[in-house]
Design a protein around this ligand. Structure first.
Ligand code: MLT
Length: 386
């Protein structure tokens, strides 16, 4: 058996594992320190009441002979696909263009399987590290980075015919693309035969006048796949539920549609998301569920903004917190890992080093506003006492 030759070329650990390892090592030698975890962006508020009710109801139904179901459709229950098509995409898609998944990461891997070995992949930089790892592991992809240090990614720099990973609102910087920026990207993608995968995991955090979907732009269906998640918006990082939109109009350069391949692949490698989470997904997309999750999202954003202001008061240069629950902090005269160590050793706060999100993240750290309120207020007190 030969090893996938990519593994020896990867960093030893995935970003969030590396943080845990360093955090645990520090805690082992400093057991008296009470660490605050603002590293990985994980939700902490309990599931909303109507969603809990839905999970209980489905569980009880599964305990009856009449309502028990085994395997559902691999691509997801029709009712949920229809609901996503209606509520999220305003009937712009048919339900069979929506694929229900257990979250973004597994769909990223499945989507990579549509493409040839050694495919060229251009990645917004900085952004979520799973795009890089997945593209390398699945396809030994030839990666280039599109820096967003001076504005939105310049897609004319992506190799012709390449796959481009975008994330809006962006993890880690918290910035969302404007309509005009999307328009420009879609028109370049059409001209240069690019395939875009847009991650909208944080779409529900958008509060300003920004598109929540790339499909608000004409022509996007010919170039873009969108991947979404209920993890951050609805506290489903443990329950697991997501979706991908693969438009029927999206074709490879040979003219054949990606949709039928994705359907073929999906039904072969996935047995479908949990029935419990899918039924709860219907509740999330109901008016009652939407109201509940909006309250939670607002409070996560408020926490991120409080952190941001505390750091600004200490003269840090900080962005984010308006369209995503993250804040992005410049560490003057420090590398990202030095910034990580500084926060860990001096404040007992675990952060995420910016370099983990790509080369343009060097010199930055990210703080998550998704922690418990008492953790956020303790972090703010420690920052104020710096
Ligand atoms: C993050 O911290 O960037 C995310 O929570 C990690 C993830 O979504 O897997």
């Amino acid at each position: 058996m030969k090893q996938n030759s990519v593994f020896p070329t990867l960093s030893k650990q995935y970003l969030f594992q590396e943080i845990q390892t360093r955090r645990d090592a520090f805690q082992a030698t400093n057991p008296e320190k009470k660490l605050l975890f603002l590293g990985i962006g994980d939700t902490t508020q309990p599931l909303a009441p109507s969603i809990v009710k839905s999970l209980i109801q489905t569980t009880q139904e599964l305990g009856t002979a009449e309502k028990y179901v085994g395997y559902g459709p691999e691509v997801g229950e029709k009712q949920l696909r229809e609901k996503i098509a209606t509520v999220i995409y305003h009937n712009d898609f048919s339900s069979d263009e929506i694929f229900i998944s257990d979250g973004v990461n597994s769909d990223l891997l499945r989507l990579m399987l549509l493409l040839e070995e050694g495919v060229s992949v251009a990645i917004q930089d900085p952004t979520y590290p799973a795009y890089f790892d997945t593209a390398r592991i699945a396809k030994d992809a030839n990666i280039s980075f599109l820096s967003i240090t001076d504005g939105p990614p310049d897609l004319t720099k992506a190799p012709e015919g390449s796959l481009v990973f975008l994330c809006s609102p962006n993890n880690p910087t918290g910035e969302a693309f404007t309509h005009a920026q999307y328009e420009k990207m879609v028109s370049i993608a059409l001209a240069r035969k690019l395939f875009i995968i847009l991650d909208v995991a944080y779409r529900e955090f958008i509060r300003g006048d920004f598109p929540k979907s790339i499909y608000e732009i004409e022509g996007a269906k010919k170039v873009a796949i969108e991947v979404g998640s209920f993890s951050k918006s609805s506290g489903f990082s443990g329950v697991r539920l997501g979706w991908s939109v693969v438009p029927k109009e999206l074709c490879y350069e040979n003219g054949s549609p990606a949709h039928s391949d994705f359907h073929r692949l999906f039904t072969a490698v996935f047995n479908g998301a949990s029935i419990l989470s899918q039924r709860a997904g219907l509740q999330i997309l109901s008016p009652e569920g939407e109201k509940e999750i909006t309250t939670q999202i607002d409070s996560y954003l408020e926490q991120a903004q409080l952190l941001r202001e505390a750091l600004r008061a200490k003269s840090f240069s900080v962005v984010g917190g308006d369209q995503a629950p993250y804040i992005w902090v410049k560490m003057e005269n420090k590398t990202s890992w030095e910034g990580f160590d500084y926060f860990l050793k001096n404040l007992g706060i675990v952060v995420t080093p910016g370099i983990g999100f790509g080369p343009a993240g060097e010199g930055f750290i990210r703080l998550s506003g998704l922690a418990r309120p008492e953790v956020i207020s303790e972090a703010i007190s420690r920052i104020q006492a710096m």
